[in-house]
Design a protein around this ligand. Structure first.
Ligand code: EPU
Length: 337
Protein backbone atom coordinates (compact mmCIF):
# COMPACT_ATOMS: atom_id res chain seq x y z
CA UNK A 1 0.00 0.00 0.00
CA UNK A 2 1.43 3.36 -1.06
CA UNK A 3 -0.75 6.31 -0.04
CA UNK A 4 -1.15 9.48 -2.08
CA UNK A 5 0.69 12.33 -0.39
CA UNK A 6 -0.35 15.90 0.33
CA UNK A 7 -3.80 15.77 -1.21
CA UNK A 8 -6.57 18.40 -0.98
CA UNK A 9 -9.60 17.22 1.02
CA UNK A 10 -11.84 19.91 -0.48
CA UNK A 11 -13.69 17.42 -2.74
CA UNK A 12 -13.98 14.87 0.07
CA UNK A 13 -16.09 16.75 2.62
CA UNK A 14 -19.36 18.64 2.32
CA UNK A 15 -18.20 21.93 3.92
CA UNK A 16 -15.76 22.23 1.00
CA UNK A 17 -13.00 23.94 3.02
CA UNK A 18 -9.52 24.05 1.55
CA UNK A 19 -7.43 21.71 3.70
CA UNK A 20 -4.78 19.11 2.91
CA UNK A 21 -4.15 15.60 4.17
CA UNK A 22 -0.57 14.37 4.49
CA UNK A 23 -1.56 10.85 3.32
CA UNK A 24 -4.66 9.45 1.66
CA UNK A 25 -5.86 6.05 0.49
CA UNK A 26 -9.13 4.43 -0.47
CA UNK A 27 -10.34 1.29 1.33
CA UNK A 28 -12.22 -1.17 -0.87
CA UNK A 29 -12.02 -4.30 1.30
CA UNK A 30 -11.20 -5.54 4.78
CA UNK A 31 -7.79 -6.63 3.44
CA UNK A 32 -7.00 -3.13 2.18
CA UNK A 33 -7.99 -1.76 5.59
CA UNK A 34 -5.56 -4.13 7.32
CA UNK A 35 -2.70 -3.10 4.98
CA UNK A 36 -3.45 0.59 5.52
CA UNK A 37 -3.38 0.11 9.30
CA UNK A 38 -0.09 -1.81 8.98
CA UNK A 39 1.29 1.17 7.05
CA UNK A 40 0.24 3.48 9.91
CA UNK A 41 2.05 1.27 12.42
CA UNK A 42 5.21 1.06 10.32
CA UNK A 43 5.30 4.83 9.73
CA UNK A 44 4.05 5.78 13.19
CA UNK A 45 1.16 7.82 11.78
CA UNK A 46 -2.41 8.12 13.04
CA UNK A 47 -5.37 7.36 10.76
CA UNK A 48 -8.57 9.24 10.06
CA UNK A 49 -11.60 7.40 8.69
CA UNK A 50 -13.70 9.29 6.16
CA UNK A 51 -17.01 8.27 4.60
CA UNK A 52 -18.29 10.96 2.29
CA UNK A 53 -17.28 13.70 4.74
CA UNK A 54 -20.80 14.99 5.22
CA UNK A 55 -20.54 15.44 8.99
CA UNK A 56 -16.95 16.63 9.21
CA UNK A 57 -15.39 20.01 9.89
CA UNK A 58 -11.66 20.30 9.20
CA UNK A 59 -10.09 23.17 11.13
CA UNK A 60 -6.45 22.26 10.39
CA UNK A 61 -4.23 20.27 8.05
CA UNK A 62 -4.60 16.53 8.55
CA UNK A 63 -1.30 14.97 9.57
CA UNK A 64 -2.60 11.41 9.31
CA UNK A 65 -3.45 8.72 6.79
CA UNK A 66 -7.00 9.39 5.60
CA UNK A 67 -8.88 6.14 4.99
CA UNK A 68 -11.65 6.87 2.51
CA UNK A 69 -14.12 4.03 2.98
CA UNK A 70 -15.27 2.56 -0.31
CA UNK A 71 -16.28 -0.97 0.65
CA UNK A 72 -19.29 -1.64 -1.56
CA UNK A 73 -22.06 -4.22 -1.88
CA UNK A 74 -25.66 -4.86 -0.83
CA UNK A 75 -26.22 -8.53 -0.11
CA UNK A 76 -29.41 -10.28 0.92
CA UNK A 77 -28.41 -12.76 3.63
CA UNK A 78 -31.82 -14.07 4.71
CA UNK A 79 -35.52 -13.62 4.07
CA UNK A 80 -38.65 -14.61 5.98
CA UNK A 81 -42.33 -14.05 5.23
CA UNK A 82 -42.19 -10.65 6.87
CA UNK A 83 -38.59 -9.47 6.79
CA UNK A 84 -35.48 -9.25 4.70
CA UNK A 85 -31.92 -9.23 6.07
CA UNK A 86 -29.26 -7.27 4.24
CA UNK A 87 -25.54 -6.93 4.69
CA UNK A 88 -24.23 -3.65 3.30
CA UNK A 89 -20.71 -2.34 2.69
CA UNK A 90 -19.72 0.73 4.71
CA UNK A 91 -18.81 2.68 1.56
CA UNK A 92 -22.25 2.45 -0.06
CA UNK A 93 -23.96 5.82 -0.46
CA UNK A 94 -26.74 6.05 2.15
CA UNK A 95 -29.42 7.50 -0.11
CA UNK A 96 -28.60 5.02 -2.86
CA UNK A 97 -29.18 2.23 -0.35
CA UNK A 98 -32.48 3.78 0.82
CA UNK A 99 -33.71 4.13 -2.79
CA UNK A 100 -32.75 0.52 -3.54
CA UNK A 101 -34.82 -0.70 -0.55
CA UNK A 102 -37.77 1.56 -1.40
CA UNK A 103 -37.81 0.20 -4.96
CA UNK A 104 -37.76 -3.37 -3.66
CA UNK A 105 -40.65 -2.59 -1.28
CA UNK A 106 -38.57 -3.10 1.87
CA UNK A 107 -39.53 -0.62 4.57
CA UNK A 108 -37.94 0.93 7.65
CA UNK A 109 -35.52 3.55 6.34
CA UNK A 110 -37.70 5.51 3.85
CA UNK A 111 -37.97 8.43 6.33
CA UNK A 112 -34.18 8.65 6.17
CA UNK A 113 -34.19 9.39 2.42
CA UNK A 114 -31.68 11.91 1.09
CA UNK A 115 -29.57 12.06 4.24
CA UNK A 116 -26.06 12.68 2.93
CA UNK A 117 -23.31 10.23 3.84
CA UNK A 118 -22.37 6.58 3.70
CA UNK A 119 -23.89 3.43 5.20
CA UNK A 120 -20.85 2.99 7.46
CA UNK A 121 -21.23 6.48 8.91
CA UNK A 122 -24.97 6.15 9.57
CA UNK A 123 -24.66 4.18 12.85
CA UNK A 124 -21.92 6.42 14.27
CA UNK A 125 -24.29 9.28 14.97
CA UNK A 126 -27.39 7.09 14.70
CA UNK A 127 -28.81 9.24 11.90
CA UNK A 128 -32.42 10.21 12.37
CA UNK A 129 -35.15 12.21 10.70
CA UNK A 130 -38.94 12.52 10.65
CA UNK A 131 -39.55 10.25 13.63
CA UNK A 132 -37.16 7.42 12.66
CA UNK A 133 -33.62 6.55 13.75
CA UNK A 134 -31.38 4.14 11.88
CA UNK A 135 -30.82 2.06 15.06
CA UNK A 136 -34.35 0.65 14.63
CA UNK A 137 -33.27 -1.32 11.54
CA UNK A 138 -29.69 -2.29 12.45
CA UNK A 139 -28.98 -5.88 13.51
CA UNK A 140 -25.16 -6.17 13.62
CA UNK A 141 -22.08 -4.20 12.74
CA UNK A 142 -18.80 -5.67 11.56
CA UNK A 143 -15.86 -3.48 12.53
CA UNK A 144 -12.14 -3.61 13.07
CA UNK A 145 -11.28 -2.97 16.70
CA UNK A 146 -8.05 -0.98 16.51
CA UNK A 147 -7.43 -1.29 20.27
CA UNK A 148 -7.24 -5.07 20.20
CA UNK A 149 -6.27 -5.48 16.54
CA UNK A 150 -9.17 -7.83 15.76
CA UNK A 151 -12.38 -8.02 13.77
CA UNK A 152 -15.57 -7.85 15.84
CA UNK A 153 -19.23 -8.38 15.08
CA UNK A 154 -21.21 -6.10 17.38
CA UNK A 155 -24.85 -6.77 18.07
CA UNK A 156 -27.23 -3.76 18.00
CA UNK A 157 -27.40 -3.86 21.80
CA UNK A 158 -23.59 -3.61 22.04
CA UNK A 159 -23.71 -0.43 19.96
CA UNK A 160 -25.19 1.67 22.76
CA UNK A 161 -27.31 3.77 20.41
CA UNK A 162 -28.87 7.01 21.61
CA UNK A 163 -30.00 10.31 20.09
CA UNK A 164 -27.21 11.20 17.61
CA UNK A 165 -24.93 8.95 19.62
CA UNK A 166 -23.45 5.44 19.76
CA UNK A 167 -20.53 3.38 21.03
CA UNK A 168 -18.63 4.48 17.90
CA UNK A 169 -18.91 8.13 18.89
CA UNK A 170 -18.22 7.47 22.56
CA UNK A 171 -15.11 5.40 21.82
CA UNK A 172 -13.91 7.67 19.03
CA UNK A 173 -11.40 6.13 16.59
CA UNK A 174 -11.56 2.70 18.19
CA UNK A 175 -13.81 0.83 15.73
CA UNK A 176 -13.65 1.06 11.95
CA UNK A 177 -17.02 0.02 10.56
CA UNK A 178 -16.82 -2.08 7.40
CA UNK A 179 -20.27 -3.70 7.15
CA UNK A 180 -23.73 -2.99 8.54
CA UNK A 181 -26.46 -5.66 8.74
CA UNK A 182 -30.05 -4.43 8.47
CA UNK A 183 -33.45 -6.01 8.94
CA UNK A 184 -36.19 -4.39 6.84
CA UNK A 185 -39.90 -5.14 6.70
CA UNK A 186 -41.81 -6.54 3.73
CA UNK A 187 -45.16 -5.27 5.03
CA UNK A 188 -43.91 -2.09 6.68
CA UNK A 189 -45.90 0.09 8.99
CA UNK A 190 -45.36 3.55 7.53
CA UNK A 191 -44.28 6.35 9.87
CA UNK A 192 -46.16 9.38 8.66
CA UNK A 193 -47.02 11.10 11.95
CA UNK A 194 -44.39 13.80 11.57
CA UNK A 195 -46.23 17.04 10.76
CA UNK A 196 -44.28 17.93 7.63
CA UNK A 197 -44.79 14.46 6.07
CA UNK A 198 -48.51 14.51 6.82
CA UNK A 199 -48.79 17.96 5.22
CA UNK A 200 -47.07 16.91 1.99
CA UNK A 201 -49.20 13.76 1.66
CA UNK A 202 -52.32 15.83 2.33
CA UNK A 203 -51.33 18.47 -0.26
CA UNK A 204 -50.73 15.72 -2.81
CA UNK A 205 -54.04 14.10 -1.86
CA UNK A 206 -52.37 10.78 -1.11
CA UNK A 207 -54.55 8.78 1.28
CA UNK A 208 -52.84 5.39 1.22
CA UNK A 209 -49.19 6.22 0.76
CA UNK A 210 -46.67 3.71 -0.57
CA UNK A 211 -43.05 3.50 0.58
CA UNK A 212 -42.17 5.56 -2.47
CA UNK A 213 -44.72 8.27 -1.57
CA UNK A 214 -43.19 8.61 1.90
CA UNK A 215 -39.67 8.67 0.50
CA UNK A 216 -40.67 11.31 -2.07
CA UNK A 217 -42.35 13.41 0.64
CA UNK A 218 -39.15 13.34 2.72
CA UNK A 219 -37.06 14.22 -0.35
CA UNK A 220 -39.35 17.18 -1.04
CA UNK A 221 -39.23 18.45 2.57
CA UNK A 222 -35.44 18.12 2.75
CA UNK A 223 -34.85 19.85 -0.60
CA UNK A 224 -37.09 22.74 0.45
CA UNK A 225 -35.57 23.19 3.90
CA UNK A 226 -31.95 22.12 3.75
CA UNK A 227 -29.15 23.42 1.52
CA UNK A 228 -27.78 21.03 -1.11
CA UNK A 229 -24.14 20.39 -0.08
CA UNK A 230 -23.22 20.14 -3.78
CA UNK A 231 -24.20 23.81 -4.13
CA UNK A 232 -23.57 25.34 -0.68
CA UNK A 233 -21.06 23.87 1.79
CA UNK A 234 -22.75 22.53 4.92
CA UNK A 235 -22.99 19.46 7.14
CA UNK A 236 -26.71 19.39 7.91
CA UNK A 237 -27.59 20.11 11.53
CA UNK A 238 -24.49 21.64 13.10
CA UNK A 239 -25.85 21.28 16.65
CA UNK A 240 -27.86 18.65 18.51
CA UNK A 241 -31.27 19.40 19.94
CA UNK A 242 -30.47 19.82 23.66
CA UNK A 243 -32.14 17.92 26.48
CA UNK A 244 -33.12 19.93 29.55
CA UNK A 245 -34.92 19.15 32.79
CA UNK A 246 -38.67 19.63 33.19
CA UNK A 247 -38.01 22.43 35.71
CA UNK A 248 -35.70 24.26 33.32
CA UNK A 249 -38.25 23.87 30.53
CA UNK A 250 -41.06 25.23 32.70
CA UNK A 251 -38.95 28.25 33.67
CA UNK A 252 -38.11 28.93 29.99
CA UNK A 253 -41.74 28.50 28.96
CA UNK A 254 -42.85 31.30 31.31
CA UNK A 255 -40.66 33.82 29.46
CA UNK A 256 -40.96 32.22 25.98
CA UNK A 257 -44.48 31.06 25.46
CA UNK A 258 -43.90 29.74 21.91
CA UNK A 259 -40.67 27.83 22.67
CA UNK A 260 -40.49 24.57 20.65
CA UNK A 261 -39.93 21.52 22.82
CA UNK A 262 -41.33 18.07 23.45
CA UNK A 263 -41.20 15.81 26.51
CA UNK A 264 -38.89 12.79 26.23
CA UNK A 265 -39.58 11.42 29.73
CA UNK A 266 -41.36 12.47 32.92
CA UNK A 267 -38.40 14.63 33.88
CA UNK A 268 -36.84 15.80 30.61
CA UNK A 269 -37.62 17.82 27.49
CA UNK A 270 -35.90 18.07 24.15
CA UNK A 271 -35.65 21.62 22.82
CA UNK A 272 -35.57 22.57 19.13
CA UNK A 273 -32.09 24.11 18.82
CA UNK A 274 -33.20 25.73 15.52
CA UNK A 275 -35.83 27.71 17.44
CA UNK A 276 -33.31 28.87 20.08
CA UNK A 277 -30.80 29.97 17.42
CA UNK A 278 -33.48 31.72 15.38
CA UNK A 279 -34.70 33.56 18.48
CA UNK A 280 -31.19 34.83 19.14
CA UNK A 281 -31.43 36.50 15.72
CA UNK A 282 -29.00 34.27 13.82
CA UNK A 283 -31.24 32.86 11.09
CA UNK A 284 -30.01 34.15 7.71
CA UNK A 285 -27.04 36.05 9.26
CA UNK A 286 -23.87 36.09 7.12
CA UNK A 287 -20.38 36.92 8.33
CA UNK A 288 -17.93 36.90 5.45
CA UNK A 289 -18.11 33.49 3.86
CA UNK A 290 -19.99 31.83 6.71
CA UNK A 291 -23.67 32.00 7.55
CA UNK A 292 -26.59 30.59 9.45
CA UNK A 293 -28.90 29.10 6.80
CA UNK A 294 -31.95 31.26 6.10
CA UNK A 295 -34.44 28.36 6.03
CA UNK A 296 -33.12 26.27 8.95
CA UNK A 297 -31.12 27.93 11.72
CA UNK A 298 -29.57 24.63 12.85
CA UNK A 299 -27.45 24.55 9.69
CA UNK A 300 -24.21 26.52 9.30
CA UNK A 301 -23.20 27.15 5.69
CA UNK A 302 -19.97 27.95 3.87
CA UNK A 303 -20.93 30.31 1.06
CA UNK A 304 -17.51 30.31 -0.56
CA UNK A 305 -13.97 30.02 0.64
CA UNK A 306 -14.62 29.93 4.38
CA UNK A 307 -12.14 28.01 6.51
CA UNK A 308 -12.96 25.37 9.10
CA UNK A 309 -11.65 27.69 11.80
CA UNK A 310 -14.03 30.47 10.66
CA UNK A 311 -16.95 28.01 10.79
CA UNK A 312 -15.89 26.87 14.26
CA UNK A 313 -15.59 30.49 15.47
CA UNK A 314 -19.04 31.29 14.03
CA UNK A 315 -20.49 28.27 15.86
CA UNK A 316 -18.86 29.46 19.12
CA UNK A 317 -20.65 32.81 18.76
CA UNK A 318 -23.97 31.01 18.31
CA UNK A 319 -23.34 28.78 21.34
CA UNK A 320 -22.44 31.82 23.44
CA UNK A 321 -25.51 33.84 22.51
CA UNK A 322 -27.91 30.90 23.07
CA UNK A 323 -26.27 30.33 26.46
CA UNK A 324 -26.63 34.01 27.40
CA UNK A 325 -30.24 34.32 26.25
CA UNK A 326 -31.68 30.96 27.30
CA UNK A 327 -29.13 29.44 29.71
CA UNK A 328 -28.88 26.37 27.48
CA UNK A 329 -25.53 25.11 26.19
CA UNK A 330 -25.69 23.77 22.63
CA UNK A 331 -23.54 20.79 21.74
CA UNK A 332 -22.08 20.41 18.26
CA UNK A 333 -23.28 17.45 16.24
CA UNK A 334 -20.58 17.75 13.58
CA UNK A 335 -17.20 16.03 14.06
CA UNK A 336 -14.40 18.56 14.45
CA UNK A 337 -10.84 17.76 13.36
N1 EPU B 1 -37.30 25.53 14.12
C1 EPU B 1 -37.31 26.90 14.23
N2 EPU B 1 -36.39 27.59 13.50
C2 EPU B 1 -35.50 27.00 12.69
C3 EPU B 1 -35.50 25.58 12.59
C4 EPU B 1 -36.42 24.86 13.33
O1 EPU B 1 -38.10 27.50 14.92
O2 EPU B 1 -34.71 27.70 12.05
C5 EPU B 1 -38.35 24.77 14.86
C6 EPU B 1 -39.44 24.38 13.88
O3 EPU B 1 -40.50 25.26 13.99
C7 EPU B 1 -39.86 22.99 14.30
C8 EPU B 1 -38.75 22.52 15.20
O4 EPU B 1 -37.81 23.57 15.35
O5 EPU B 1 -41.03 23.03 15.01
C9 EPU B 1 -38.09 21.30 14.60
O6 EPU B 1 -37.59 21.64 13.31
P1 EPU B 1 -37.30 20.53 12.19
O7 EPU B 1 -38.47 19.69 11.97
O8 EPU B 1 -36.69 21.23 11.01
O9 EPU B 1 -36.23 19.60 12.86
P2 EPU B 1 -34.94 19.89 13.72
O10 EPU B 1 -35.18 19.46 15.12
O11 EPU B 1 -34.47 21.28 13.51
C10 EPU B 1 -34.02 17.49 13.36
C11 EPU B 1 -32.75 16.84 12.92
C12 EPU B 1 -32.63 16.90 11.41
C13 EPU B 1 -33.83 16.20 10.79
C14 EPU B 1 -35.09 16.90 11.28
C15 EPU B 1 -36.36 16.24 10.80
C16 EPU B 1 -31.21 17.11 14.77
C17 EPU B 1 -29.98 17.75 15.27
N3 EPU B 1 -31.61 17.45 13.55
O12 EPU B 1 -33.90 18.88 13.05
O13 EPU B 1 -31.47 16.17 11.04
O14 EPU B 1 -33.77 16.22 9.38
O15 EPU B 1 -35.12 16.88 12.73
O16 EPU B 1 -36.65 15.12 11.55
O17 EPU B 1 -31.81 16.30 15.48
C18 EPU B 1 -29.16 16.38 10.55
O18 EPU B 1 -28.95 15.68 11.54
O19 EPU B 1 -28.22 16.81 9.83
C19 EPU B 1 -30.52 16.75 10.22
C20 EPU B 1 -30.79 17.56 9.22
Amino acid sequence: MTPTQNISLKPFHSFGCEVNAAYFTTIESSQSLESALDWCKQHNKPFLVLGSGSNMLFTKQVDALVLKMEIKGIQKTNETASAVYLSVGAGENWHHFVSYCVQKGWGGIENLSLIPGTVGAAPIQNIGAYGVEVKETIENITAYDTHNGEWVKLNKLDCDFGYRNSLFKKEKNRYIICKVDFCLQKQPKLRIDYGAIREVLHQKEIQNPSLEDVSNAVILIRTQKLPDPKKIGNAGSFFKNPTISKEQFEALKIKNDDIMAFPISDIAYKLAAGWLIEHCGWKGVKKGNIGCYEKQALVIVNYGNGTGQEILDFSKEIIQSVLEKFGVELEREVNIY
